[in-house]
Design a binder for this molecule. Structure first.
Ligand code: NAP
Length: 163
């Protein structure tokens, strides 16, 4: 199954200058918890923002570049068709599409679940989540985030399933 996993601020902003516009360790912890032991699929810009393949999960990068440009443990897919074929062959696995915007836009019609962190704050940015028709999805879980010194925003976690 294909799952989008992302965090957005007001107006759907998700990125600035190749990075996240915020520092929210509780969301990073959530990301690690749900993706560990599973598969993540990232566009090459997002993959590079991690700085290294993320441990204890299969890393897939989508790029036009050859596999030799990436660490050997990373699966390199050069087309969206290859991503769809991988998902079809691994239907029972949780495959988390972790961005960025280019990948979210391209796979919007393929996604089965949405895991969204909503941050109730304004950030400047240069990358936005594409518009999603939430009528096509059912909210199946929501959980408030805890605001504290290290996580100085109101935020919450949502999960949607395609209807
Ligand atoms: N808030 C969040 O949850 C979140 C999540 C993810 C990312 N982000 C942010 O979003 C920004 C990056 O997003 P982005 O949209 O600019 O980039 P991206 O989607 O991460 O990566 C774009 C790259 O992916 C490859 N690609 C995309 N479509 C492809 C296709 N059909 N076939 C082959 N390769 C393809 C290309 O790589 P090549 O150029 O190598 O060919 C393209 O340059 C960063 O600021 C990041 O921090 C935020």
């Amino acid at each position: 199954m294909l799952i989008f996993l992302w965090a957005e601020g007001h107006n759907g902003v998700i990125g600035e200058n190749g990075h996240l516009p915020w520092h929210l360790p509780a969301d990073m912890h959530f990301f690690k918890t749900v993706t560990t032991g599973n598969t993540i699929v990232a566009g090459s810009r997002t993959f590079h923002s991690f700085g290294r393949p993320l441990p204890n999960r299969q890393n897939i990068v989508v790029t036009h570049q050859p596999a030799s440009h990436f660490p050997s443990e990373v699966i390199v897919l050069n087309t969206l068709t290859a991503v769809r074929e991988y998902a079809a062959k691994h239907r029972d696995e949780k495959i988390f599409v972790v961005g960025g915007a280019q990948l979210f836009i391209a796979l919007l019609d393929d996604v089965d679940f949405l895991y969204r962190t909503v941050i109730d704050a304004n950030f400047t940015g240069d990358t936005w989540m594409p518009g999603i028709d939430y009528e096509k999805f059912q909210l199946i879980a929501t959980q408030p985030g805890i605001r504290n010194e290290k996580n100085p925003y109101d935020y919450h976690f949502e999960q949607y399933q395609r209807r």
